[in-house]
Design a binder for this molecule. Structure first.
Ligand SMILES: Cc1cc2nc3c(=O)[nH]c(=O)nc-3n(C[C@H](O)[C@H](O)[C@H](O)COP(=O)(O)OP(=O)(O)OC[C@H]3O[C@@H](n4cnc5c(N)ncnc54)[C@H](O)[C@@H]3O)c2cc1C
Length: 463
């Protein structure tokens, strides 16, 4: 028997082999196209995944794991054909324990679905990528996703207590557990976070949950200078105000929101700063006023405070939909969006912004700037015809120049989207710049240890 026949015995009609069923799995949300996988497996249990991995291991078949498919770096694209394992049927919430501050979920649970469930008991799971309607527990752990609330609550790594993992040889193991504390030698749970499906397949996760804040209010301000946006955020933090959400958009971003959502902005506004503050009912107004005072010192074009839930939800959804609305700015159907995912310490934002803007102007590429500015995360949506070698060379050169700028400010080339296929060169540049090439060697030797045949998610993070 060959591997497909053996897999069919385990999965039955949950093994897709028809061309038309497999084609949608060639791509994720990035601009990369992979190979059509030989088959798509849709397991329902860790036992089935273990059986799949044992077969793939004995037949030496490459495996790609895919959950929500919302990766922006090509990390869930099957670059080598083989078997693609879709986690879509492992989407149950297995236990909710607010008294112990955790929830147990299967990897295919979408974050919005998880939070809808937790909301019923006044709790939530803080990691909040803009893609939360599609992104899943497994995918966000594997990329250490950040998102809108990361400046307040940190990224996914702060919220994972334990995971069950199927190793490339089919063995099922557990890392971490249900308690909020533990010291057991090396932190192997951390190794399972951000490895982009290169070391093992997460089949269950124990996640920390938190009570929903009592009250959230918002300050929306508009500026003409990007450096004033950066200064405002730095100054808030210096004064002990850590925003629950701190997002910025440039003029192109606002234009895309206007087109997609019908929201209008002041004429003179070139940059928007949206600051949410979470607190108790008693102190929210005082904190909002204090934050407004700090931001006002930087001469915004206009500034408004609101506690209106509907108004806040409208702009929040518009911000979350920014990637989709940015597509309305394409001038050609062959244009894709390549995303820079830069980060610097908050105090470096004003200086870094000036250099980033100058570099973009010099590149002559159309770039839309926005991001989770509360933790120094700046996204640049670069519009390019990905079929044109000349244009993609310009994009690569811009990405490298932007990388050099953020590295010179103590930042990083990848804040939250991971490395995938796209940022491999930038990762090497960052490690070289920090004299940390040892890290890459160590990552390779960890990979060899977990996956000596190199079956899992080939070509991601490093070649
Ligand atoms: C519109 C839009 C907005 C976005 N906004 C944000 C944002 O604000 N913040 C942010 O951090 N990211 C953001 N992203 C990127 C993306 O949503 C995240 O990287 C997310 O974590 C991917 O989750 P997913 O379930 O879609 O994973 P996938 O795309 O399916 O997979 C991502 C990686 O994880 C691996 N993987 C998936 N499941 C498992 C598993 N069970 N076990 C082992 N490995 C696995 C895959 O092999 C792949 O390497 C955005 C994407 C889009 C399209």
């Amino acid at each position: 028997m060959n591997v497909l026949e053996e897999l069919k015995e385990v999965l039955g009609d949950r093994l897709l082999t028809r061309e038309e069923d497999k084609i949608p799995y060639m791509r994720d949300a990035s601009y990369f196209a992979g190979k059509i996988p030989d088959a798509v497996a849709i397991p329902k249990t860790s036992g089935e995944i273990s059986a799949i991995m044992k077969m793939c291991s004995s037949f030496k078949v490459p495996v790609t794991i895919r959950s929500g498919g919302s990766s922006l770096t090509g990390s869930s694209v099957p670059t080598h054909g083989g078997i693609l394992i879709s986690m879509s049927a492992m989407n149950r919430i297995l236990a909710v324990k607010p008294e112990d501050s955790y929830v147990i979920a299967e990897p295919g649970v979408r974050l919005d679905d998880l939070n809808r469930e937790l909301e019923k008991i006044g709790f939530f799971y803080p990691p909040d990528p803009a893609s939360s309607m599609a992104a899943t527990v497994g995918g966000t752990i594997s990329t250490n996703a950040g998102g809108l609330r990361a400046s307040y609550y940190g990224t996914t790594k702060e919220w994972v207590l334990g995971v069950e993992v199927v190793l490339p040889n089919g063995e099922i193991v557990e890392f971490g557990g249900k308690t909020l504390k533990r010291t057991k030698g090396y932190d192997l749970t951390a190794l399972m976070i951000g490895n982009e499906g290169t070391l093992g397949i997460i089949t269950r996760a124990i996640l920390k949950i938190w009570p929903v804040p009592e009250k959230v209010g918002r300050i929306i301000s508009y500026f003409t200078e990007i450096t004033d946006v950066g200064r405002s955020v730095s100054e808030l933090k210096k004064n002990g105000i850590i925003p629950y959400i701190a997002e910025f958009m440039d003029a192109l971003s606002m234009e895309s929101v206007r087109r997609a959502n019908g929201i209008s902005f002041p004429d003179a506004a070139r940059f928007l700063l949206m600051i949410d503050i979470a607190s108790t009912k008693e102190s929210i107004s005082r904190l909002l006023e204090k934050a407004k005072g700090i931001i006002s010192a930087f001469d915004p074009v206009s500034i408004d405070v609101t506690l209106d839930k509907d108004e806040m939800a409208k702009m929040y959804q518009a911000r979350k939909g920014l990637y989709s609305s940015s597509l309305s700015l394409r001038t050609d159907k062959h244009q894709y969006v390549v995303i820079a995912d830069l980060v610097v310490p908050a105090s470096e934002l004003p200086a870094a912004f000036t250099e980033i803007q100058e570099m973009i102007d010099k590149s002559r590429l159309k770039v839309m700037l926005f991001g989770h500015i509360g933790d120094g995360n700046i996204h640049g949506n670069i519009f390019a015809d990905t079929r044109s070698t000349e244009e993609m060379e310009k994009v690569d050169s811009l990405q490298m120049n932007l990388a050099k700028i953020v590295l010179s400010h103590g930042g990083s080339v990848s804040a939250e989207h991971g490395i995938g296929i796209e940022k491999k060169t930038l990762l090497i540049e960052e490690l070289r710049e920090r004299n940390s090439e040892f890290n890459l060697k160590l990552m390779r030797s960890i990979k060899d240890n977990f996956d000596p045949q190199g079956l899992l998610n080939r070509g991601k993070i490093f070649d």
